[in-house]
Write a protein that binds this ligand. Structure first.
Ligand code: GMT
Length: 379
């Protein structure tokens, strides 16, 4: 198949999933065309089947905000026409689904039928999408997509609850490439961070409010009262300054390190004993899956789709949002020497269920089905 992939090329989970999906499809022999405003950060290798088309967003003194959606729709029209694409797959509804709708209508006037698949990732529904300033367009463009997928059962239900959706939504969960995300031998690194065999807690995120990084720091503060421990915080974002101040207030700075954005997050995960993701909302929690693939148990909130991944009591624990005492008790339970090896083993076993080899065929089948249905309807 010839597949167009549209996503946010930055560090967010939806962009990572879209890029990894494109790479995996290309390996299977499909021709994949990325249409984005910047080279996706994980599109870092050459393949005869991978193409990148940059959306040029022209500015003009009259525009306070350059019309990205129009530039994107125009680019989609050109790429579909000249590369003879079979399907457009847009990741994150805003504004990709509505731009795809516009491209589809333009192509229709030129006698070209292009099926559009929209994948809902989370905040495009639960946070930004439901805002009245976007809701009518989001509802319309989901209903106008030829195929819709969501990354968890919870996100599927949230979409039906929050929007008037007539379309059937198929759940295709996030996936992981276990060849890349696996525990690596990094003993020297562990020794440097935890010279006295302290337990190592890790959090990675974009430091937005929804991630509740303050809960990570508060739980760490409590855990550290009971056992020797260190905390690594990976990523960057709007809450980072506040979190650094919180560490100072709690006096945990000497055992906490803010590492900023890292490409090779699997190296840090390889030495971690516990991964923390206490988010307020989380449609799936790709970061937790990456940790589990590196044999790291997960202490999470039970928000959104996280419990579909992190099985409470098995691969870690899923606690109520903001319940610091419960999270502390559960963290200490996981980290106890007699419990940790079994949690690690089960985390890896669970991650294997989301290996790219299992999930990729679901997307391929979904494309085939959607292309067929759209062609039948057009004839
Ligand atoms: O987590 C973020 O804030 C980034 C966001 C995105 O859209 O890039 O991630 C969402 O999509 C990921 C990939 O499907 C999911 O694994 C994340 O759970 C989801 N984030 C939220 O729902 C908050």
């Amino acid at each position: 198949m010839k597949i167009g992939i549209i996503c946010y090329p930055t560090f967010g989970g939806s962009g990572v999933v879209a890029t990894e999906l494109g790479k995996a499809l290309a390996k299977e022999g499909h021709q994949v065309h990325f249409i984005t405003y910047k080279q996706p950060s994980r599109l870092d290798f050459l393949s005869e089947n991978l193409f990148y088309h940059e959306v040029a967003i022209k500015s003009y003194p009259l525009f306070e905000h350059a019309p990205y959606e129009l530039a994107l729709a125009s680019k989609m029209v050109n790429v579909v026409k000249f590369e003879k694409l079979d399907v457009l797959h847009v990741h994150y509804a805003i504004p990709h689904a509505s731009a795809a709708y516009m491209a589809k209508q333009i192509l229709k006037t030129q006698g070209i039928t292009i099926p559009v698949v929209t994948t809902l990732h989370g905040t495009d529904i639960t946070l930004v999408g439901k805002d009245p300033s976007y809701e009518p367009v989001v509802t319309f463009s989901i209903n106008q997509s030829d195929g819709v997928t969501a990354v968890s059962e919870d996100l599927k239900h949230a979409t039906y609850e929050l929007f008037d959706i007539q379309k059937e939504i198929q759940v295709i969960p996030n996936f992981i490439d276990l060849d890349r995300f696996k525990k690596q031998r990094k003993e020297h690194f562990k020794k440097a961070i935890c010279p006295n065999d302290e337990k190592l807690l890790v959090h990675t995120s974009n430091f937005r409010k929804v991630k509740r990084v303050e809960d990570v720091i508060k739980v760490f503060y409590e855990v550290r009262k009971k056992i020797p421990a260190k905390l690594l915080l990976v990523g960057d974002g709007p809450e980072r300054d506040k979190m650094e101040r919180l560490c100072r207030e709690l006096g945990t700075c000497e055992d906490t390190r803010f590492l900023g954005k890292l490409d090779a997050v699997e190296e840090v995960l390889s030495v971690a004993d516990l991964f923390m993701i206490p988010s307020e909302k989380e449609s799936f929690g790709l970061a937790a899956l990456e940790a589990m693939a590196c044999e790291v148990p997960v202490l999470s909130s039970n928000a959104g789709g996280i419990p579909e991944l992190n099985v409470d009591g098995e691969t870690g624990y899923a606690c109520n949002v903001g319940d610091i005492p419960d999270m502390t008790t559960k963290a200490l339970h996981i980290l106890a020497d007699e419990n940790l090896p079994a949690f690690k083993k089960r985390a890896l076993e669970r991650a294997k269920m989301f290996d790219v080899s299992k999930i990729l065929p679901l997307y391929e089948d979904f494309y085939r089905k959607t292309i067929l249905q759209t062609r039948e309807l057009a004839n």
